[in-house]
Ligand binder design. Structure first.
Ligand code: HEC
Ligand code: HEC
Ligand code: HEC
Ligand code: HEC
Ligand code: HEC
Length: 206
């Protein structure tokens, strides 16, 4: 009997949070640990926010210099911890300010990016993240079907956990005379052909 009782199921989000918090609080921060006083952020975090706003790197400038390489790479926070809808719904969704504050009300206050975050929180304003991947309205796409089929996020989005600043990673080729550039119809078809997934027009169009 490994099934969770309803009470245990309700406790799962908290446990995930507790695990993430323990991960964060328990981190020894090897390179800079000895020189640090409590409450002071690491050099890695200071560098990460600079790189997340690097104007020479591809991708749009986001309202907060948030680094995936730091959060998902170095600190190994799971993609689904922040993009909670990905395995269940159409939209992967971007995390709420509240979720960020679950960690940052406790630390990071000396970082410029976290100060901007706190300003949004205090003013109760939503953070207007610039959207990078967007399909036209006439296309049906569901994250959950892909995630459940075991397609890794990185297959479609590139090595996110190594990227300080996100951008549309190029994937330019032609397949059967179709443009298979990322997010184009040929890109979807190419992978569907290779995986025996449906290529019926109505699979992807309303
Ligand atoms: C599970 C905990 C956790 C959550 C949730 C979290 N962070 Fe962080 N964040 C960290 C840690 C750990 C650091 C690095 C602290 C250090 O190394 O001193 C950090 C550093 C940062 C930095 C500076 C480095 C960088 O990435 O540019 C910014 C800005 C930041 N966080 C913003 C955010 C935002 C915005 C959110 C919500 C989308 C968020 N954080 C959610 C744990 C978290
Ligand atoms: C089969 C390719 C594919 C896979 C696998 C995939 N994505 Fe996406 N993702 C897309 C496409 C296409 C869009 C644009 C969706 C749209 O415009 O409706 C997108 C959009 C997004 C967005 C923007 C916000 C939104 O909801 O539209 C986020 C965040 C995201 N993906 C995160 C993830 C994460 C995290 C994973 C892994 C758990 C993942 N994706 C797996 C193709 C993929
Ligand atoms: C701590 C929270 C956090 C974690 C962990 C996280 N993300 Fe994100 N993600 C964000 C935020 C905030 C944005 C919007 C800002 C940006 O684009 O950098 C975002 C944006 C994205 C986008 C671009 C969405 C668009 O606009 O099209 C993709 C793709 C994405 N994340 C994938 C991933 C993948 C894959 C992982 C795991 C390897 C991951 N994320 C882990 C918070 C997170
Ligand atoms: C990297 C491979 C890959 C890419 C790229 C990809 N898909 Fe898929 N897709 C799959 C696989 C594998 C399945 C089969 C899932 C299953 O059998 O449940 C699937 C299933 C689907 C389904 C559900 C089909 C059903 O029977 O209900 C839709 C809708 C879909 N994809 C749309 C798209 C669209 C639109 C794009 C391009 C924007 C896209 N996919 C890109 C691999 C991919
Ligand atoms: C696996 C998903 C998928 C399937 C199957 C699919 N399409 Fe598409 N289609 C897309 C995507 C994604 C776009 C939007 C990107 C683009 O324009 O390439 C699109 C765009 C289109 C467009 C608009 C092109 C434009 O220039 O605006 C037409 C017309 C179209 N598809 C027709 C079809 C027909 C007919 C079929 C069946 C033979 C079909 N599609 C099957 C994913 C799919």
């Amino acid at each position: 009997m490994s099934r969770l009782s309803p009470g245990q199921r309700r406790a799962v989000p908290f446990l995930v949070f507790a695990a993430a918090a323990a991960l964060v609080l328990g981190l020894p921060s090897p390179q800079t640990g000895s020189a640090q006083s409590p409450g002071q952020s690491s050099q890695a975090a200071i560098d990460a926010q600079r790189l997340a706003w690097d104007e020479d790197a591809p991708g749009p400038k986001q309202p907060i210099p948030f680094s995936h390489a730091l959060h998902a790479g170095q600190y190994q926070i799971q993609c689904l911890y922040c993009h909670t809808g990905t395995d269940k719904s159409r939209m992967a969704g971007v995390p709420s300010t509240e979720l960020c504050m679950g960690c940052h009300s406790q630390f990071g206050g000396d970082l410029e990016g976290v100060q901007i975050l706190k300003k949004y929180w205090e003013e109760k304003k939503p953070i207007e993240w610039v959207q990078i991947h967007r399909l036209p309205e006439h296309v049906k796409f569901r994250h959950n079907r892909h995630v459940q089929a075991g397609v890794a996020c990185q297959t479609c989005h590139g090595p996110v956990q190594e990227m300080h600043k996100l951008y549309l990673t190029p994937d330019t080729k032609w397949v059967n005379l179709m443009n298979a550039e990322k997010l184009k119809m040929g890109w979807c078809m190419d992978c569907h052909w290779q995986n025996q997934a449906s290529v019926d027009c109505l699979t992807c169009h309303y």
